[in-house]
Design a protein around this ligand. Sequence first.
Ligand code: 2NL
Length: 338
Amino acid sequence: MKEIEEIKKEFEEKIKTKSIEELKKIETYFLGRKGKIADLFKALKNISEKKKKDTGQEINNLKSYIEKTITYHLKELENIEKDKLLESEKIDVTLPGVKLETGGLHILSKITREVEDIFLSMGFDVMTGPEIESDYYNFEALNIPEFHPARDMQDTFYLAKKILLRTQTSPIQIRTMEKYKPPVRIIAIGRCYRRDAIDSSHSPIFHQVEGLVVDKKISFSNLKGTLLEFTKRMFGPETKVRFSPSYFPFVEPGAETAISCVICKGEGCRVCKYTGWLEMGGSGMVHPNVLKNVNIDPEEYQGFAFGWGIERIAMIKYGIPDIRMFFQNDLRFLEQFK
Ligand code: 2NL
């Protein structure tokens, strides 16, 4: 049959297409229910009985040739398409990545956590409290008399007649002793406010850590042991602690506490003003009046307490020369502690 040859030629011409869509159309055109091959089979009934078998075989051969060829070309075109997609989605894993800017904790937060970790390991609890306090918790309960200069408007930020910004973390400790029976073993850390003129060592906002232990048979040697352990852990095992007599209304006896200079190890240098010692804060045995104010019997219980500055600790540990650097938010400063 001549037509079989013609259809084969037509197919071989059309199959050169490069598009899958076109190929699908070609498939229908030749193999579809009303396609060219179907037409050929229909035409078969007009053929003589003698030739029918051979011609039928020829059509079948053409049909399976077309099927195989289309399947092959479809695969081929699909592969080309896939390669194109892979090429367009290719990423160069050797290119440098996009750097993510990360934040970090402020150095004062870091020191705070470090101090907390040390005291937690010694069995202390960490307490917090309000920054807005009453005159009672900030002064009265701490045995600070009514006409003490610290209570002056010049030194304390008052929000109302007897409401103020706490000048120390001690009110946290008063609140703790009111709430919990001894034994009490806590540190209180937080932001404090004083109406100081700003200079390299004074900031109206600063942070304090205070410690308080109340129990039976608590003595000054417990205070010394605790502060020495803290100091060694914070500044290095060779650091010494010095206590010298001093006065704070809420302790008796009271002491200034200093550590041996971390720069010169006590030899004398510019940082310690050639004394060999760095003043860290105050400490002492809790005044009986303070215990009475929170209904703890001073005949039965004793306590020690201390108060150190967080900024002071950070400045000495890292050699920071000016307290204002903590609050200026200069990234060149902050990033050094990330
Ligand atoms: C300083 C002095 C000090 C205390 C804080 C304290 C707290 C209670 C009772 C007794 Cl509830 N004392 N705290 C004691 C002595 C000194 O701080 O100038 N720190 C920077």
